[in-house]
Design a protein around this ligand. Structure first.
Ligand code: PLP
Length: 392
């Protein structure tokens, strides 16, 4: 048995089988390169599903979190801490949002936004105006409520009863939105459906939806759990859509590898939560926030421009690879469409042999490399991806 196989067999015996894991156990990494327990090298085109914004073990991030860990690791939300306050400040200043609530993951952030939208409407219009519209093919998380919000039937099994008050409308159809707007307090959407197959939602539709929502005092919740924190070439993707949401959620990339999420509150909703309305024990953890502050410091305009350029570079090269018929996405959130009959999972498995970590999203191969990936790392990863595509 190899070292990797030993770890896999213990995991298989003792960890609940709710994940379909690839047969690799990873040991350490640096930026976009990592190694398994037997010393095999991989280029990481996944960043842990868009989480390791600065790659593996970035020096600035490691020193920020270790410095905070040796000062104060946690004290609860009954007290003030500096990293939490400073992170909220920088997120608001750079987005035009007014306040932040910190949570631990994407689903929990979305739950917070849903609660805020329902309370806003309740306080203003009383009970009954509590419906939330989400888009067909969306993904908003795995809690019972965010599963209800998720617009994909495959997620609506076994766990009944789901939370009431969600309806799914087709993306791009403004008339459907209007037709379903009775009793609606909020519309919630991703701008690029990530798990749904790296599908950008039409910009014109989003702008019209935002306008309709504003006119009817329906809150617009943008789920930037995957698209946020520089991933698409702007700090948040909504900037490129030319809209100003009422609530924005961020998670995956915000902590750079530590569990952290945020709900950003716009002007309309900044006073909606009063003490006792919403809370979470670990939310705004000082270590996670210290790491996030380092990430925010690094993501300046030049950094974002690089994200866009690297994304274009990758997409251009991928287009000339075997079995590729198209690419989608923005910045370093990339979907690769394959010729009919070819399965993205086969590419991922072939990639493990040729030395690159890849993701899938529905019918596409999905790339979410660390935002700090170098061109040398990109070239090595693309070489291995090309070999994988030849293999299938
Ligand atoms: C991953 C994801 C979620 C869920 O985040 P978790 O941290 O897994 O709870 C929600 N929305 C979107 C758009 C996501 O990509």
């Amino acid at each position: 048995m190899t070292n990797s196989e030993k770890i896999q067999s213990i995991d298989k015996e003792y960890v609940i089988h709710s994940y379909g894991r690839f047969p690799v156990a990873l040991e350490h990494g640096e930026n976009a390169v990592c190694y398994d327990f037997d010393g095999k090298k991989y280029i990481d085109f996944t960043s842990g599903i868009g989480v390791n914004s600065l790659g593996f073990c970035d020096k600035g991030w490691v020193s920020a979190i270790t410095a905070q860990a040796s000062k104060l690791q946690h004290i609860s939300n009954l007290y003030y801490t500096e990293p939490c306050a400073m992170l909220a400040k920088v997120l608001c200043e750079r987005t035009g949002m007014k306040k932040a609530f910190f949570a631990n993951g994407g689903a929990e952030a979305n739950e917070g936004a849903i609660k805020a939208a329902r309370k806003y409407s309740f306080m203003k219009y009383g009970p009954g105006r509590n419906k939330i519209l989400t888009l067909v093919n969306s993904f908003h998380g795995r809690t019972v409520t965010t599963l209800a919000a998720t617009g994909q039937d495959v997620f609506h099994n076994y766990f009944f009863p789901f939370t009431e008050g969600f309806e799914h409308i087709p993306a791009g159809d403004i008339e459907a939105l209007k037709a379903h707007s009775d009793g609606v307090c909020a519309v919630m959407a991703e701008l690029i459906q990530g798990e749904g197959g790296v599908l950008p939602v039409d910009r014109d539709y989003i702008q019209k939806a935002a306008e309709y929502c504003r006119e009817n005092d329906i809150l617009l919740i943008i789920d930037e759990v995957q698209t946020g924190i520089g991933r698409t070439g702007s700090l948040f993707c909504f900037e490129q859509y030319g809209i100003m949401p009422d609530l924005v959620t961020a998670a995956k990339g915000i902590g750079g590898g530590l569990p952290l999420a945020a709900v950003l509150f716009g002007e309309k909703v900044e006073e909606v939560f009063r003490p006792g309305d919403h809370a979470t024990t670990f939310g705004g953890n000082p270590i996670a926030c210290a790491g996030a502050l380092e990430i925010m410091k690094r993501i300046d305009d030049k950094f974002l421009e690089e994200v866009s350029k690297k994304g274009e570079y990758i997409r251009e090269r991928v287009m000339s690879m075997p079995h590729v018929v198209g690419t989608a996405g923005m910045g370093l959130m990339i979907g690769i469409e394959l010729e009919d009959g070819y399965k993205p999972a086969d590419v991922v498995n072939a990639g493990l042999k040729s030395g690159v970590l890849l993701l899938t999203a529905k019918s596409k191969v999905r790339l979410l490399p660390p935002l700090t990936i170098t061109y040398d790392e990109i070239d090595d990863g693309l070489k291995a991806l090309g070999e994988a595509l030849k293999e299938i």
